[in-house]
Ligand binder design. Structure first.
Ligand code: UDP
Ligand code: MG
Length: 140
């Protein structure tokens, strides 16, 4: 996957709270092109693997439980400087710290239930995109 791509998930709280369409609209209005998108629900094994890097953190168990609690929307997004620009668009992990105008500021419930995931590096964007999508599910 090229370095002008990032990976996102709209998390279970975003879907439960009816924010799916509004968040996707913010993403498109910010200049991201959707290259792949699906509605799915993570299994415990998938969520454990996806968040493996946090396995030793105290919130890991709760995070896996929450991420498997309902459907998510997974997507690959394209834009110049995609990873950094998307992190700016979503805002800080804790909505209390998220800048005005960011997705988490508008839609996150809490530091844990924070509406949206964004990859933190080009390398992880590629790994996470490939975790969720096969080549035939990604448009050119
Ligand atoms: N998280 C949590 N408690 C914390 C830190 C993180 O529940 O103290 C959850 C939250 O859903 C966050 C995810 O774990 O989005 C991954 O954490 P990370 O530090 O990578 O934050 P992000 O990159 O999502 O901003
Ligand atoms: Mg992270």
């Amino acid at each position: 996957m090229a370095t002008n791509r990032t990976f996102t998930m709209l998390k279970p709280d975003a879907l439960e709270n009816g924010h799916t369409g509004k968040i996707i609209d913010m993403i498109i209005q910010a200049g991201f092109q959707i290259k792949a998108m699906k509605l799915t629900q993570l299994t415990t094994e998938q969520a454990q693997k996806f968040y493996e890097v946090h396995a030793e953190r105290p919130f890991y168990g709760e995070l896996v439980e929450y991420m498997t609690s309902g459907p998510i929307v997974a997507a690959i997004l394209e834009k110049d400087n995609a990873v950094a620009d998307f992190r700016t668009l979503i805002g800080a992990t804790d909505p209390a710290d998220a800048a005005e105008g960011t997705i988490r500021r508008y839609y996150a419930e809490s530091k844990g239930r924070n509406a949206v995931h964004g990859s933190d590096s080009d390398e992880n964007a590629a790994i996470e995109g490939e975790f969720h999508f096969s080549a035939s599910e990604i448009v050119g």
